[in-house]
Ligand binder design. Structure first.
Ligand code: GDP
Ligand code: MG
Length: 368
């Protein structure tokens, strides 16, 4: 247990020992000048006299340890898919069409909530779609170094062809080493020329299978739903090739997909679980926010108690609105979550203050 004498602390802080003793008395603690006080009491005094307090030797890794993966515990997880492409080529329409193609929609009432990501049940298994403005979310997460997507569905309108954001999407998907599936959309339109799109994509090293290449290119229509079941089937097949696996038997870890403050519900975050199983009651920390998972809702608005890797869910119970693209971690208990969050908040504050000189509790003990 760390401790420091009142006189040492007074010297280090440049505050009279009698002032410290008076402050302690006001707080109901009797102390003499040579008395040793503990870290919490020293922290109290430091903050009372305007010092920043930092816990000595705080290691986030102690709370969020890197554990070696146990191969035996890995199980198949659903693929996570992002839809990208040029504006107006039909990304939103395609995501809507896929939502409606959910085979589980009938009995359960379908996907009713917009939670920034959804899971669809296909005849070939579940698929998770990120339903955020594809481009921006993908870029933001990539900038944070988060790898969330396994597959990119590149939407190209058959009547418009390859456009600037099509090229940008290809570049991003390639940089992230993510497999691209091409959905040539709007083939219901009279002026649609899917072959021209396939030709144009050759320039970007995307050669369709039917021409001896490796890229799956499917003609679809978000409007008439033509090709949608085939698209889902091909996504599931590609996912099989990737052999996506995760260990559900550990503390959950993942990424914040979307977050907002909602009236009556507080901070609401849509997260993608990437490892472990997320459960209600779990203590979670993401960036400088933390909390106990009070409730979880799926894309059907149903309450869920446990979420496996590869699935998205809406989480209630956080202290504040987290940042999309930030990682989240489940830790031992809420106290640990709070400590990690506060440590990060303090780090961020210090970074903001830059070179402003200030004594920290760490310095105090180091010099003592
Ligand atoms: P986004 O900007 O990529 O999200 O594109 P949207 O989904 O908003 O679609 C842009 C426009 O194209 C809308 O008016 C859609 O109704 C229309 N659209 C999307 N998919 C199709 C399709 O398959 N066929 C036709 N005819 N129109 C489509
Ligand atoms: Mg859109």
């Amino acid at each position: 247990e760390e401790s420091i004498s009142v006189s040492n602390l007074s010297q280090l802080m440049g505050v009279k020992a009698s002032d410290l003793i008076r402050k302690l008395m006001q707080a109901g603690k009797m102390a003499t000048i040579n008395q040793l006080i503990d870290a919490d009491t020293a922290a109290f005094l430091a903050s009372e006299f305007g010092y920043t307090v930092e816990k000595k030797g705080f290691e986030v890794e102690e709370y969020i340890p890197e554990v070696e993966e146990d191969e035996a515990k890995l199980v198949t997880r659903p693929p996570v898919v992002t839809v990208m492409g040029h504006v107006d080529h039909g990304k939103t329409s395609l995501l809507d069409a896929i939502r409606q193609a959910d085979v589980a929609a009938g009995e359960a009432g379908g996907i009713t909530q917009h939670i920034g990501a959804y899971s669809v049940q296909t005849s070939k298994g579940p698929i998770t779609f990120l339903d955020t403005p594809g481009h921006e979310a993908f870029t933001a997460m990539r900038q944070r170094g988060a790898q969330v997507t396994d597959l990119v569905v590149l939407v190209v309108a058959a009547d418009d062809g390859v456009m600037p954001q099509t090229i940008e999407s290809i570049k991003q998907a390639k940089a992230a080493k993510v497999t691209i599936l091409v959905a040539i959309n709007k083939i219901d339109k009279p002026g649609a020329t899917p072959e021209r799109v396939m030709q144009q994509l050759n320039e970007y090293e995307l050669v369709p299978e039917q021409w001896g290449g490796t890229t799956i290119m499917l003609p679809v229509s978000a409007r008439t739903k033509q090709g949608i079941p085939e698209l889902l089937e091909y996504i599931a097949l590609q996912a099989e090739v990737l052999e996506l696996k995760a260990n559900p038997e550990k503390l959950a870890k993942g990424v914040v997909i979307e977050a907002k403050l909602e009236k009556g519900r507080g901070p609401v975050a849509t997260v993608l679980v990437q490892e472990g199983t997320l459960r209600t009651g779990d203590a979670l920390v993401t960036g400088a926010e933390y909390g106990r998972v009070r409730a979880m809702m799926n894309e059907r608005g149903e309450q869920v108690k446990a979420v496996s890797p590869g699935y998205p869910v809406e989480v209630l119970g956080l202290s504040g609105v987290p940042t999309a693209g930030d990682e989240f971690d489940v830790v031992e208990d809420e106290k640990a979550a709070k400590e990690v969050a506060e440590h990060r908040a303090e780090k961020a504050r210090q970074k903001e203050l830059g070179s402003v000189k200030k004594a920290t509790l760490e310095d105090l003990f180091a010099k003592a």
